[in-house]
Design a protein around this ligand. Structure first.
Ligand code: SF4
Ligand code: SF4
Length: 327
């Protein structure tokens, strides 16, 4: 149990799927030394199989009695997808640009596919990092006690001296956000950019986010935006809370979407394309109240009234989105 917990809130209404966060993370941490296939930050389209493929059905996490559930280790080629090279020779010979390998999946394989049928198809993006859970499945699964939570901020890290590469942690994490590095035979994961955090800077994914969707701060800091979104207004919810790991990344669920069209292509007033059941699956029953609060506060603002919640979500000042130095 850590004394304090850092958390991130992501507003899914503002994510444009640009992958700037993914590139910021990859260039900083995972473009070398056996980490090439890893995406500590990825942005996936929902509904969709995600990355690694079908991670939501891959087990791990805890049952209702608190017992660790069995999980699988995703396959490198089938579920993560191997890094590829392009065959530039063919391009210069007048052919189409081809990859050199036989690809089967990748970190953004089903981008923008989504669900529903034209003209009522729908999708939204979910950026994912390690949730730095309060009850981490990865930590519980490790027989070497090589995974630990830092007291001062709750960041979950792997002690590479202790790790023997057994990979139980990968099976135990229901989000599949811990990876095996075949070059050093050890597990590695998102470190919440702790060297940056220790200098008062937010993680690179949050700092670079062009949509200004990411807030970072301590969960007990009552003046902070993270506290207000999670605890005061309760519009930021953990992903798959039923997995039992108590995640510390929270999401403002998608409220905006075009209405459904009827057979004459006329918009149906008050309709939603994304089935509410899908949002319930992702964020639990609390999603109803969160959407209702967001709707009401938007209406207030539209009438010209004050709304602290809307001011926070608009994120006028990028700097205010990060509060790391209020010890
Ligand atoms: Fe561990 Fe997975 Fe939770 Fe990260 S998301 S702390 S890897 S259980
Ligand atoms: Fe979404 Fe921000 Fe990442 Fe772009 S940088 S994909 S807006 S989270």
């Amino acid at each position: 149990m850590s004394k304090r917990q850092l958390a991130m809130v992501m507003d899914l209404n503002k994510c444009i799927g640009c992958q700037t966060c993914t590139v910021a993370c990859k260039t900083q941490w995972t473009n070398r030394n056996g980490r090439e296939y890893m995406y500590w930050n990825n942005v996936e389209t929902h509904p969709g199989a995600g990355y690694p493929r079908n991670w939501m059905e891959a087990g791990g996490g805890f049952d209702q009695d608190g017992n660790l559930k069995d999980g699988i280790i995703p396959d490198l080629a089938l579920d993560y997808g191997v890094p590829w090279d392009y065959n530039h020779d063919e391009l210069f010979n007048g052919s189409l640009l081809q990859t050199k390998s036989d690809l089967q999946w990748g970190p953004n394989w089903d981008e923008d596919v989504g669900g529903g049928e034209y003209p009522n198809s729908y999708f939204f993006y979910i950026p994912r990092i390690c949730n730095h859970c309060s009850n981490p499945g990865c930590l519980a699964a490790c027989p070497r006690e090589a995974i630990f939570k830092r007291e001062q901020d709750g960041i979950v890290l792997v002690d590479l001296e202790r790790c023997q590469g057994y990979r139980y942690c990968i099976a135990g994490c229901p989000y599949k956000k811990i990876y095996f590095n075949p070059k050093i035979s050890k597990s590695e994961k998102c470190i919440f950019c702790f060297p940056r955090v220790e200098r008062g800077l937010p993680p690179a994914c949050a700092h670079q986010c062009v949509g200004r969707i990411r807030f970072v701060g301590f969960l007990d800091d009552e003046e902070g935006q993270v506290y207000k979104l999670v605890h005061k207004y309760k519009v930021a919810l953990p992903l798959r809370p039923d997995f039992g790991t108590q995640p510390n990344v929270y999401y403002v669920p998608p409220l905006f979407e075009p209405p459904k069209f009827d057979d004459n292509m006329a918009p149906i007033e008050g309709s939603r394309r994304t089935p509410i059941e899908y949002l319930e699956l992702l964020f639990g029953k609390e999603v109803h109240q969160a959407l209702e609060t967001l709707r009401k506060e938007m209406e207030k603002r539209a009438r010209g009234e004050e709304s602290e919640l809307m001011d926070i979500l608009i994120a006028y000042s990028h700097r205010d989105m990060f509060r790391l130095d209020n010890n």
